[in-house]
Write a protein that binds this ligand. Structure first.
Ligand code: BTN
Length: 313
């Protein structure tokens, strides 16, 4: 990583990974199809034309020192869903803080069984596995904290933009969604066994399928410039690490999450919404209750939104 763009002979690479020069050539060709720009051929040796913006453990680990996420980073060029992978690994005993990252998902999943558009190398598709000593009722707070972590990571990289949080955990720019969060868990009634926080960020998409165009955006579309996914992903995991540790260790962290979420959301209070939950109802948002659920004032009184989709009017 320190000399990523020097020329390395095919023989040296072959020796280092214990294979033949022809196999190195085949692997280099495969890397090229995956978008890694490699100059050269077997006779001259190989050289990276640029350090690729791939979410590789070797790139991220040095940036995540002293966080719970530095030890077990798993990277996939193509996978069904990082959340499914993380849930399966959790069931098989993977440790707290394991991270699952993909360049592309073939069946990325959103809340309420919606698909999550996961184009190759354009977004961040990230799931982290946590084993918090918390009751299941605290899972919602953790999910709100993940939205705050995305907000902080984006602002750390470009302080000029101000993302808007939409309950429970969409993150918007210019009224369009660039990030969604899917939190899944396995729990006893009083104790969480494990939680998977799945975060999808549209980073460098330059367009979306027609059906998503009215509601989706990317950081690149919103800011006009390309984002380093490695830098953003590292900022995100560092910020998630801070939120998670505070929640477990600091008195008052729960209340702080509720307060900061409300401060960074234009819709959590005083906004006309339609809620789709067991049918649908309309009303005006009235903040979060102490557990983090959205309160909506309707003609019949205040209702608490537990899991529905909230549409802004
Ligand atoms: C939503 O807004 O509906 C949530 C979208 C969550 C998408 C992410 S991408 C990484 C992780 N893997 C998945 O299959 N889903 C989450």
């Amino acid at each position: 990583m320190n000399h990523a763009m020097v020329v390395v002979s095919g023989t040296k690479i072959a020796d280092e990974i214990g294979t033949s020069r022809s196999e190195v050539w085949r692997l280099v060709q495969q890397l090229r199809t995956l978008g890694v720009e490699v100059a050269g051929h077997p006779a001259t040796g190989y050289r990276l034309k640029a350090v690729p913006d791939l979410l590789l453990p070797d790139m991220l680990t040095p940036l995540l020192k002293s966080t719970i996420f530095s030890q077990n980073i798993h990277h996939y060029y193509k996978i069904g869903s990082t959340n499914s992978e993380a849930m399966e690994a959790a069931g098989a005993g993977a440790p707290d803080g394991s991270v699952f990252l993909a360049e592309q998902q073939t069946v990325g999943r959103g809340r309420g069984a919606h698909p999550w558009h996961s184009a190759h190398a354009a977004g961040i598709y990230c799931s982290v596995l946590l084993r918090p000593p918390l009751p299941p009722s605290e899972a919602l707070i953790l999910s709100l904290a993940a939205g705050l972590a995305v907000h902080a990571a984006v602002q750390e990289i470009d302080s000029r933009i101000a993302p808007d949080l939409k309950w429970p955990n969409d993150v918007l720019l210019d009224g369009k969604k660039f990030c969604g969060i899917l939190v899944e868990m396995n729990a006893e009634v009083t104790r969480v066994r494990y939680i998977v926080v799945g975060i999808g960020i549209n980073a460098n998409q330059s367009s979306f399928p027609a059906e998503l165009q009215p509601t989706a955006t990317s950081l690149r579309l919103a800011t006009g410039s390309e984002w380093s996914r490695v830098e953003l992903c590292a900022a995100l995991l560092k910020s998630l690490d801070r939120e998670y540790r505070n929640l477990l260790e600091k008195p008052g962290a729960h209340e702080s999450i509720l307060r900061r979420f409300a401060e960074r959301s234009s819709s959590v209070r005083g906004r006309q919404v339609r809620v789709e939950e067991n049918g649908s109802f309309e009303g005006v948002t009235e903040g979060l209750d102490p557990r983090g659920f959205l309160q909506v004032r309707t003609a019949q009184g205040v209702r608490t939104v537990l899991s529905g989709t909230v549409r802004l009017r």
